[in-house]
Design a protein around this ligand. Structure first.
Ligand code: HEC
Ligand code: HEC
Length: 329
């Protein structure tokens, strides 16, 4: 009891004395993102503007953009954790968010952003966490003031954008870095390109399940393993009632429980999974699909749930997990 009180006193003192929470360091290679993986972009990939990417990268790792200067983008999208944060739901300067922090792999290919697709463009999405009271809690005008007053950034914005820092330039610079966060060139496309030794027997079985009776391709389709649609899979339903999902944006009943289909590229690097972080491993994800998603008593499906039980054998489930890992170089 005494010890507990002592620990509590010390940790309260640490918080009160403003000992900063650690923010993840930038451990990426110097030329990170300069070369994009082959075959991901259907058309021209975004141009590489070294000055913008460098500025966006510095901002991404800088807690300056949060109210208490203790949270950076990387706090919740950490390169060492597959650009997620390894938590069920993320913690920002204002407390705990309701949703799991998604990985940022291949978001340059996204057609809408956030789990319910509420943001139409990447640069609009970029500014949201800065001013969101829970995430970074810094009103945008204050963020802009800080940048203009900063020895580190004031001149950089002038040089890159030929004007003092403003919200638009901030969003643009962050987006320039974020679109370079990619995952591709996996052993799966080497195999598809004719190098049959690139996948083991088990991984090949997994690819086959993905394409056939696993029916994963219905939603995780195309070069980025997502069709960017919003679908109902029952994740997080309570007593047969789906989460709000897309309906929070559209207010339409038919959108209840709809969440954005995430890419499967790089997926092994960022457990836990789903919009609520409720599935702790890829084994748990595959088991979830195998039973046809969330069930309610009497084995009824959650209304709108598009999944059917798959009846995979233990070997087939293991193979599907091995395939997902092969997609994650
Ligand atoms: C406190 C944790 C936290 C911080 C800090 C944070 N994010 Fe996020 N981020 C999230 C969560 C949670 C979501 C999902 C939001 C939702 O679905 O409502 C998200 C969503 C995103 C998305 C959309 C991804 C997708 O696939 O739809 C992008 C891009 C993004 N964040 C980039 C950033 C950038 C850039 C910063 C820094 C300016 C940042 N985030 C700061 C937690 C955070
Ligand atoms: C009907 C569309 C649909 C089908 C079919 C489908 N998925 Fe998904 N998948 C989704 C959606 C939507 C989510 C996000 C759900 C959420 O967070 O509420 C998701 C999430 C995931 C995730 C978590 C990724 C992350 O970043 O958290 C994995 C892994 C995954 N699916 C793998 C699979 C596999 C393997 C199959 C085949 C067995 C499959 N999916 C079939 C729609 C689908």
């Amino acid at each position: 009891m005494k010890l507990r009180l002592w620990v509590l006193a010390v940790s309260t003192a640490l918080v009160a004395s403003g000992v900063p929470r650690e923010v993840p360091p930038d451990v990426l290679p110097a030329n990170y993102g300069k070369v994009l993986p082959q075959g991901l972009w259907p058309n021209e990939p975004p141009a590489y503007d070294a000055a913008k990417v460098q500025l966006g990268r510095a901002l991404y790792f800088d807690p300056l953009l949060s109210i208490d200067q203790q949270t950076s983008c990387a706090s919740c999208h950490d390169p060492a954790k597959g650009f997620g944060d390894g938590r069920r739901v993320s913690v920002g300067s204002g407390g705990t968010t309701e949703r799991h922090s998604p990985s940022l792999f291949n978001r340059g290919l996204g057609s809408s952003f956030a789990w319910d697709g509420r943001h139409a463009t990447l640069s609009a999405q970029m500014l949201f966490p800065i001013s969101s009271p829970i995430e970074m809690g810094l009103p945008l005008p204050v963020a802009v003031e800080r940048l203009r007053a900063s020895d580190k950034y004031a001149g950089q914005f002038e040089r890159v954008y030929a004007r003092p820092a403003d919200a638009e330039a901030l969003g643009d610079a962050l987006a320039a870095f974020v679109v370079r966060i990619t995952s591709g060139d996996s052993r799966v496309e080497r195999f598809q390109g004719g190098d049959f030794a690139a996948l083991s027997d088990l991984e090949r079985t997994g690819l086959w399940i993905y394409e056939s009776k696993g029916r994963c391709w219905r939603c995780h389709a195309g070069a980025n393993f997502t069709d960017e649609s919003l679908r109902v899979t029952g994740v997080g339903a309570r007593e047969g009632v789906a989460r709000e999902g897309r309906a929070a944006v559209t207010r339409a009943d038919g959108d209840r429980g709809r969440f954005k289909v995430p890419t499967l590229r790089g997926v092994a690097h960022h457990p836990p999974y789903m919009h609520d972080g409720s599935l702790e491993s890829l084994d748990a994800v595959v088991a979830y699909y195998d039973r046809g998603g969330e069930r309610v008593p009497g084995d009824e499906r959650v209304p709108g749930n598009e999944l059917e039980p798959l009846h995979l054998s233990a070997h087939e489930r293991t193979a599907l997990v091995a395939f997902l890992k092969a997609l994650s170089p």
